[in-house]
Design a protein around this ligand. Structure first.
Ligand code: 5GP
Ligand code: MG
Ligand code: MG
Length: 189
């Protein structure tokens, strides 16, 4: 997406502005600063979507930490998780005995989060918690806890600030609802 594209053609409406997002990061950062004081956590961003959120979030956390990344994919059709999750890139750090904070863009069905939590606990993490920018509680299929999140969203497909549709639109500075026609047009192709 570039400034020359007509954003009105793909975005139905803006859900969270840049300002709203920064306020969520500040609030979460304050809470995490309290909860992780003295714990020296490994803060793990989930590629690629959560990178945008992670960089803003950790700069609001006044805590000694290490940062790492992991990548997982679920076999889906571009906008829906199928439930089968695969590990693409593991964390580089040794998580054994460490408190791990997973940073996610959005938790939807919960399959991805459940898989990552189990994986990190298997590798010996002392604790694994999750901070997601957005939480789509309504669509949950797994019994997983999102320990911290910025906002609850309805069952609509959102893009921007890291969230993609077919790997595009991540660089939008706000979060918007994608027009259903955009998805439909692709499905009909
Ligand atoms: P889950 O395994 O919880 O169903 O899916 C989590 C992943 O699905 C997220 O990390 C994200 O990549 C994708 N996802 C779920 N809902 C949305 C959405 O509304 N917009 C975008 N762009 N991705 C979503
Ligand atoms: Mg991925
Ligand atoms: Mg995605």
């Amino acid at each position: 997406m570039t400034k020359s594209d007509n954003i009105d053609q793909i975005i139905d409406r803006v859900l969270y502005s840049q300002d709203d997002i920064q306020k969520m990061c500040q609030k979460l950062g304050q809470q995490l600063t309290q909860d992780y004081a003295g714990k020296d956590p490994i803060v793990v961003g989930v590629l690629k979507g959560a990178v945008f959120f992670l960089t803003d979030l950790v700069r609001q956390m006044d805590v000694k930490m290490q940062n790492d990344f992991m990548d997982v994919s679920s076999y889906g059709d571009g906008f829906e998780s199928s439930g089968k999750v695969r590990l693409d890139i593991d964390v580089e750090a040794d998580v054994k005995g460490r408190d791990v904070l997973l940073v996610e863009d959005i938790v939807d069905t919960g399959h991805t989060l459940k898989f990552m939590k189990e994986h990190l606990l298997k590798r010996g993490a002392k604790s694994v918690k999750c901070c997601a920018l957005l939480n789509k509680t309504e669509r949950r299929e797994e019994d997983v806890v999102v320990d911290y999140y910025g906002a609850d969203v309805e069952n609509e497909f959102v893009v921007g600030y890291g969230l993609d549709y077919l790997n595009e639109y991540r660089n939008l500075p706000y979060i918007g609802v994608l027009k259903p026609e955009v998805i439909q047009a692709n499905l009909n192709r």
